[in-house]
Design a protein around this ligand. Structure first.
Ligand code: SAH
Length: 237
């Protein structure tokens, strides 16, 4: 049986039929070579996962219908990943890994030394969807619009802790223990944080500085390491 998984925007329920977009039809019928009567798994990010069967397969569209629920929605822990976008391929990597590792929200932030001024939010969101399809997730983290770090910190929610990954803080590693609740991870750009940003972070009571070891990691490596550390001490691992 085909193990194809597809995210759809329409909300799902048993018996529900779903019409496919041109891209979805191309993927299912052109790339994966599925046809009428074939099985696949679908999820909408809110109602869990369903086994579905293809009803109509066309070149520019088609439809399927949900047969039975196969898994409930599994929401990841309340963890946001804030990162300063770097080169395109590495930014794509960070978004893909954040979705796989169980981030609930992905927030690109512009810092003083951020390498890229712009992001294509829709493209990054598509990467998060693809990662969820691939890793068996039933939830898709939202990729937020890019915001200035300074502003994000100025409006930081009182109840959310911030794991500030700081290469200058060698040895600070036990700061996470026991502190449950909403969290965010902050990874800086290749050029690191500016003095003003550091001062703002130091003044934020919710910020907890954390070291990821004595070596300076690239931002994409640091993002994966930080999510590993957080998930294994406070998350759903
Ligand atoms: N300013 C550094 C490079 C920054 S690395 C320099 O050029 O010397 C990019 C980001 O990854 C940092 O801002 C930090 O958030 C994170 N990072 C990298 N290595 C780390 C470490 N050993 N501990 C904690 N965070 C780290």
């Amino acid at each position: 049986m085909a193990r194809v998984r597809l995210y759809v925007e329409q909300s799902l329920a048993e018996g529900q039929s779903v019409s496919l977009t041109r891209e979805q039809a191309h993927y299912l019928f052109g790339v994966m070579r599925l046809g009428p009567g074939d099985d696949l798994r679908v999820f909408d990010g809110v109602s869990g996962e369903y086994r579905a069967e293809i009803s109509v397969a066309g070149k520019r569209g088609g439809s399927l219908h949900c047969i039975e629920k196969t898994r409930p929605l599994q929401v990841p822990p309340d963890l946001w990943l804030l990162f300063a976008p770097i080169k395109k391929a590495r930014t794509d990597f960070i978004v893909e890994k954040a979705a796989e590792m169980g981030a609930a929200r992905i927030c690109p932030v512009q810092t003083a030394f951020t390498n890229s001024e712009r992001i294509r939010r829709d493209r990054l969101q598509a990467h998060a969807i693809e990662a969820a399809e691939q890793c068996g997730g039933t939830f898709v983290p939202e990729v937020a619009e890019m915001q200035r770090l300074e502003r994000v910190l100025a409006e930081w929610p009182v109840e959310r802790r911030l794991m500030f990954c700081d290469e200058a803080r060698v040895g600070a590693c036990d700061a996470l223990t026991g502190k449950r609740g909403p969290w965010a991870i902050l990874i800086g750009p290749e050029g690191g944080f500016s003095d003003t940003e550091r001062a703002q972070l130091e003044a934020l009571p919710q910020a907890v500085a954390v070291s990821l070891g004595p070596r300076i990691l690239r931002a994409d490596t640091a993002a994966v390491a930080a999510m590993t550390l957080w998930q294994s001490s406070l998350g759903d691992w």
